[in-house]
Design a protein around this ligand. Structure first.
Ligand code: IFM
Length: 465
């Protein structure tokens, strides 16, 4: 080999497999606005964001990115990007305001128009049924800690399958049930703001049940070519050292952060160590006969949302924590390296670790990156341009990690960048910008950031240069 051969080939292209899906993702409450229009009623996020001190600057999703009125403009942005797929969520209180009974036609019409315009643009719609906006009436009746909510969810899934099943081929039941259960009912940082370890574990179980019931309902109402999936924000957990105590800390977080969903959904069982670890806060008697079998209804792929890894060691963490008791045995440590505006470490290896773990743990299950992206403090310069080289570097590194995982045998079918637009970032309100399209919330003007131009180029080439 000559010295020239040994030099890295900087012109090489990391090409993704033919048919790889290139997408962007959004969620209803974060972009739609029109919170009280056409029959939509409050969700838990409308209520929560009005509670003083819960959301930065008192922001709410009342107007958000006004996507409800600007949907065609936003689809035009996607056409410019060249995405093959678009992942959106349906606002449950827009189509079934009380979470019970018949659907509201105008709500369904909005999603029909969205899907039809996407299809006419050659973009495949990927619908998520639940991205955290529970109808407030269902929370008033007990919310996700109550079994009945799972039943309501299955009925809502049937409504949506009937309304869009002929035109949407890919369905996701839930987005990130970990956040909805543990941030919503555990440490109260998300809606509905409850702080009970028991409630968070009950909610997690009912999410698994809701997912399984909805998956069955979708399967029986959708054409056979349709795909049913679930999206989890799996934690790439790293022990600080190989000591038995640090490894045990990592095991605890893996149990209550990952296997609490993976085991019921893919193996029809609850992890034994989770039951042991959580004995001080619950006895799991709310799991009824047949629940775990229902939760493990077959699905076609697993969606993964990844942003950064979690480094842990033996010790204890400060309350309030969402970890249902595990925090008494676990210390969370900052991962080294650069950080995004969320103060999340930039660490693409975590995504590779996660994908190769799933390759080994779930053979035969296709994987899709349903969210990945980064917030930075973007602004329009005097020339009106929004330059975001840090986001481009983040995305490039993570796509390279996906590529490496595919080369090493992970069956990854697509990548959805979070997010298309700057939007309502939950408890951070509008202070954090994840979009590759900048939104001036005063005027609702949309501007391609540098990362949007870069992503369009990646999609056009089918990979990275
Ligand atoms: O904005 C959220 C999204 O709603 C769920 N996944 C993480 C994103 C960034 O925090």
């Amino acid at each position: 080999m000559t010295a020239l051969d040994a030099r890295p080939d900087t012109t090489a292209t990391l090409r993704f497999p033919a048919g790889f899906r290139w997408g962007t993702a959004t969620a209803a409450y974060q972009i739609e606005g029109a919170a009280a229009e056409d029959g939509r009623t409050p969700s838990i996020w409308d209520t929560f964001s009005r509670v003083p001190g819960k959301v930065r600057n008192g922001d709410t999703g009342e107007i958000a990115a006004d996507h409800y009125h600007r949907m065609s403009e936003d689809i035009a942005l996607m056409r410019r990007l060249g995405v093959t797929d678009y992942r959106f969520s349906v606002a449950w209180p827009r189509v079934q305001p009380t979470g019970r009974g018949p659907a509201v036609q105008k709500g369904l019409d909005f999603y029909r128009r969205l899907v039809d315009e996407l299809l006419a643009s050659g973009i495949r719609p990927v619908a998520t049924l639940y991205h955290w906006d529970l109808p407030q009436e269902l929370e008033d009746a007990g919310g996700w800690p109550q079994r009945e909510t799972a039943q309501r969810f299955a009925e809502y899934a049937e409504i949506m399958a009937g309304a869009l099943g002929d035109r949407v081929a890919t369905w996701t039941t839930l987005n990130e049930p970990w956040c909805a259960a543990f941030l919503g009912y555990g440490n109260g940082v998300h809606a509905p703001g409850r702080t009970s370890p028991l409630a968070s574990l009950r909610a997690a179980h009912h999410f698994n049940l809701a997912h399984g019931w909805a998956a069955q309902v979708l399967r029986s109402h959708l054409p056979s070519r349709s795909e049913v999936s679930l999206t989890l924000n799996l934690h790439a957990v790293r022990p600080l050292s190989e000591s038995a105590a640090d490894l045990d800390a990592a095991r605890r977080i893996d149990a209550v952060g990952n296997r609490i969903f993976l085991d019921p959904v893919f193996h029809g069982r609850l992890p034994e160590d989770l039951i042991r670890d959580t004995a001080p806060v619950t006895d799991w008697s709310f799991v009824a006969d047949g629940d775990l079998e229902a939760a493990s209804a077959p699905i076609d792929s697993l969606g993964i949302n990844y942003y950064s890894p979690t480094v842990v060691a033996a010790g204890s963490s400060d309350a309030p924590s969402p970890w249902a008791g595990a925090e008494e045995h676990v210390r969370f440590l900052p991962a080294p390296g650069p950080r995004t505006a969320m103060d999340w470490p930039v660490d693409a290896d975590g995504l590779y670790e996660l994908l190769t773990r799933l390759r080994d743990d779930l053979p035969g299950v296709p994987l899709v990156i349903t969210e990945n992206g980064a917030a930075y403090d973007d602004y329009a310069d005097p020339a009106g341009e929004v330059k975001d080289p840090e986001r481009v570097a983040y995305l490039r590194a993570h796509l390279a990690a996906v590529h490496r995982a595919i080369e090493d045998g992970a069956d990854v079918r697509g990548y959805f960048l979070w997010s298309l637009l700057d939007n309502f970032e939950w408890a951070y309100g509008y202070s954090k910008r994840f979009g590759i399209v900048h939104v001036d919330f005063a005027t609702q003007r949309r501007t391609f950031k540098g990362s949007a131009h870069w992503y369009a180029d990646v999609i056009a080439r089918g990979g990275l240069t």
